[in-house]
Write a protein that binds this ligand. Sequence first.
Ligand code: ADP
Ligand code: ZN
Length: 529
Amino acid sequence: LPPLAGQAPGTALEALQRIFGYDSFRDGQQEIIDHVVDGNDALVLMPTGGGKSLCYQIPALVRKGVGIVISPLIALMQDQVDALQALGVRAGFLNSTQDLDERRVVEAQFASGDLDLLYLAPERLRVESTLRLLERGTIALFAIDEAHCVSQWGHDFRPDYLMLSELHKRWPDIPRIALTATATQETRADIARRLDLEDARHFVASFDRPNIQYRIEPKTDPKRQLLHLIRNEHDGDAGIVYCLSRNSVEKTAEWLVQNGVEAVPYHAGLDAPTRAANQSRFLREDGLVVVATIAFGMGIDKPDVRFVAHLDLPKSVEGYYQETGRAGRDGLPSTAWLAYGLQDVVNLRKLIDTSEGDDAHRRRLSMHLDAMLALCETVECRRVQLLNYFGQSGDTCGNCDTCLSPPEAWDGTIAAQKVLSTVVRLDRERRQKFGAGHIIDILVGKKTPKVIQFDHDALSVFGVGAELRDTEWRGVIRQLLAQGLLAVEPNYGALVLTDASSGVLRKERQVRLRREPERAATTAKAAKA
Ligand code: ADP
Ligand code: ZN
């Protein structure tokens, strides 16, 4: 390794310029770096792309000893270390992908003081030999990347992160810097508590990404909606399309290619060489679209991603924010577009109800989903809602879909009562296997074979909902689910009442709904023009 020893940077600014080749610090970086260089603890919240890495890399270079970086992103360690070595920084990593010989080399470098930075996978901390190794060298600082992984409130809890308290116990005097891009105030408090960083200074950067236009629209024909977005606004642009399942990743990528969009799939089921090839094509080429599961994008640093599209509903606002945050890192206008529908809500609710873990865990998942649904169904500025979620305030942006074409709110109390009474009628018959489609058929008075088979055309609610179209009823049911006025029965996926439903049925409670736009994809554009 080309040693920096003997010419180690004296100041943070010198390191920034001489080693990293940047002229000046970004907002917040200098303060954080000075604070850690001086030996203090810090908790840093900064959005993706904000420049968190330098906040621990530079202090590690300026301070005596090796900076220990704990990161769960094992797949990226090699890249990160390669990139640092290319700058002349002496970096290494220890994780489960290495064989014993490779590990020995890095361990020897550490012990003899030949490293500036050592990346560690959290599971390494479970091995006593790792802790013994750390005792043999001089440690400049501990950096805890993706610090939200320590919190069960977060969306990405990793039990191994609980081992981090051990580091602090053994090395109480070494400064620690914990960093995350996503944390609500609750998660932040939890991180601080679990890592014993309550007395540390908290640096909270703005989560506002003004160049990203947020848009969320009802899912009608998702692939066509996506194609419409790409053709009309992002022809030839690089973009990421997120789908929940591998199968829909494959199908969507194929379909885009058939329709003349250059696209490749990315998911954990592909073999490693294909994955690596698709990822490096995305990084190198202009205007390639990657269709991926959320596994894609962690640590991907491509500045000119012009759009991020979600064809399925993310499970949490944190996830949504992190994924959409991969758009527009270069600061140029970019689109975060999401299509979501009734079936998303049904699927995710079912997933939660049947997920492993205790009730408290399921309640947390459910809270995450509720917050995501609230963002989807809001009649307020999306950006303000996002910022509020992360405990920050902002002015209406004038750029998101709700700002550009404010959704009409309407009094959906009677419509809600119609849906809920239909659900009651079906429930009374003890036949809980009727989904949204069947309920809508009854409401609009469609004599389908299933309706006739169960004599549902004889119900008093049959045909009482002719005033709305099918898609509008789907919107009503989706929003009732989102508002907790309907629930999904976990075994069959049938719609059932909730405790809150009775207030609506007894006419004690009003229901405000968002009007379904006719063609959401074009309205946002028309308003922009
Ligand atoms: P984060 O970890 O917060 O997502 P990174 O640390 O990966 O962000 O930084 C994002 C990008 O910004 C990287 O390409 C990084 O080199 C660049 N960057 C960070 N700080 C500066 C700076 N002061 N000047 C110019 N570029 C910077
Ligand atoms: Zn707005």
